[in-house]
Write a new protein. Structure first.
Length: 456
């Protein structure tokens, strides 16, 4: 039965089997989200029913897309739950982290073995999402059951988990149907508040609500059509890097044409992610999840679990801002799990974890280690140069435009390495550009004076 449906979608869209299944599940999520928000509203249904619905639909989606590979997802999350139950709160975050990262790493190696340089959608995608969820939860348990409140920063206090979640709560959180296929990730505290309806009760206490529960329908529709717009671009324009690997093609076009071509294809590559993440955010908002208070004008904000801000990503004036607006959920996870807890070179360790989370293709490590170095250089350069451009608004505008262009050049140079994956392809990239971005950043890093450290 499902094969007939998939074949019909393939005939209409031209998608491969794995992508057709993904699209069917994502589109099916919308009516299911309406049922969840209206029929299974917290006023009408218990938390248990809402948890069971989320879990059941999430498992059905996983089986529909990955068949028996769903057993690997259950094994991964099942072992993590046992570790949370059996390990001391003082080491639970380490134990879960080691298992989850180890399991995910084996999954990535298996994928490389069976589909080298390929982009087939398989169980490794949900495994990456589950890795973020379970390690975040383990850190929250460590913060809530082992550390003292005065040792926690405000964010850690808000997310601290004071008890081990029940089996149903845990698996519902892991396999929530609105996020299991493409994210976004989120923490258990916010998820339980959404399931219990406490987020809406808090919203009604705000004067801006006027006693009316905020609705995510408008935000969902806007995000839905935005997602459709991005994916439409990938059908209209080809996203093909292959010509670049042809030496004859590179010689027959100018440097600027080749550079512009790579930028355009890299943008189209990002459009796939914009589509998946914005569509998932749209489904979450339609189900009632994602409310984030009211803005200064009294309008409801539905960006609590938003994973990407395309306009800010494409027009960021610094690498830091770009990173903060791309794959937001993963960036928050890296910050909370690694950056804030690492005592040794937190920036470098965070980017190493990011590369490992993505997989073991050399291109990932070239991308994220390059990005780490570019960000370290930009921080140092910004401290030294920026004060000279604050004299007037026109001079500052010139500085902002210049840094925006430089940020786009560097981030596209880095992200292309991620797209190319293999060593051979990335060597072609380095040779073509003579490693100039790396060389320039090395020189700037060496000549810019280091900021003076304040002594206590």
């Amino acid at each position: 039965m499902d094969k007939i449906l998939v074949e019909k979608v393939q005939a209409v869209s031209g998608l491969t089997d794995d992508r057709a299944r993904f699209l069917i599940c994502m589109l099916s999520s919308f009516p299911l989200a309406v049922i969840f928000a209206k029929v299974l509203h917290p006023k009408n249904s218990s938390s248990t029913i809402r948890h069971m619905f989320q879990l059941a639909v999430g498992l059905i989606f996983c089986y529909f897309c990955f068949k028996l590979q769903i057993l690997l997802l259950l094994l991964d999350t099942g072992v993590c739950y046992l570790l949370m139950l059996l390990c001391s709160p003082s080491i639970v975050h380490i134990a879960v982290f080691v298992w989850a990262i180890g399991f995910m790493s084996v999954s990535h190696i298996y994928r490389m073995y069976t589909d080298y340089n390929g982009y087939t959608l398989d169980f490794t995608g949900p495994t990456m999402i589950l890795t973020m969820k379970v390690t975040s939860l383990a850190c929250s348990i460590y913060d809530g059951l082992h550390r003292k409140d005065e040792e926690l920063n405000p964010d850690q206090k808000n997310l601290a988990v004071r008890r081990i979640p029940s089996l149903l709560e845990y698996f519902s959180y892991c396999f929530c149907f609105t996020s299991i296929l493409s994210g976004p990730t989120f923490n258990l505290v916010d998820y339980l508040a959404f399931i219990d309806g406490r987020d809406m009760l808090d919203a009604l206490k705000d004067k801006a609500s006027n006693g009316v529960e905020p609705s995510g329908v408008k935000a969902s529709l806007i995000k839905f059509f935005t997602a459709v717009g991005f994916i439409s671009l990938t059908f209209i324009f080809p996203q093909n890097f292959e010509p670049f690997f042809d030496a004859t093609w590179r010689r027959s076009h100018s440097f600027w044409y080749v550079t512009g071509y790579l930028y355009a294809v890299c943008f189209l590559y990002r459009c796939n992610y914009y589509f998946a993440w914005i569509l998932a955010d749209s489904v979450s908002n339609l189900s009632g999840f994602g409310f984030n208070g009211y803005d200064d004008k009294g309008s409801a904000r539905w960006d609590k679990i938003t994973n990407v801000y395309p306009s800010k990503t494409e027009c960021s004036s610094s690498l830091k801002l770009l990173v903060e607006n791309w794959n937001v959920g993963t960036a928050l996870w890296l910050r909370r799990v690694c950056y804030e807890r690492s005592k040794l070179a937190p920036t470098v360790m965070t980017y190493l974890l990011s590369a490992t989370w993505h997989g073991f293709y050399p291109g990932y490590y070239g991308c994220f280690l390059s990005s780490a170095f570019f960000i370290l250089t930009s921080r140092k350069l910004r401290r030294f140069v920026r004060p000279y451009f604050l004299g007037s608004s026109s001079v500052k505008l010139f500085y902002d435009i210049l840094t925006t262009v430089c940020s786009l050049i560097l981030i596209n140079y880095s992200s292309i390495q991620l797209c190319f994956l293999s060593v051979e392809r990335n060597i072609i990239l380095y040779r073509y550009f003579f490693c100039l971005p790396h060389i320039i950043c090395v020189v700037l890093y060496m000549i810019c004076p280091s900021p003076k450290r304040k002594t206590q």
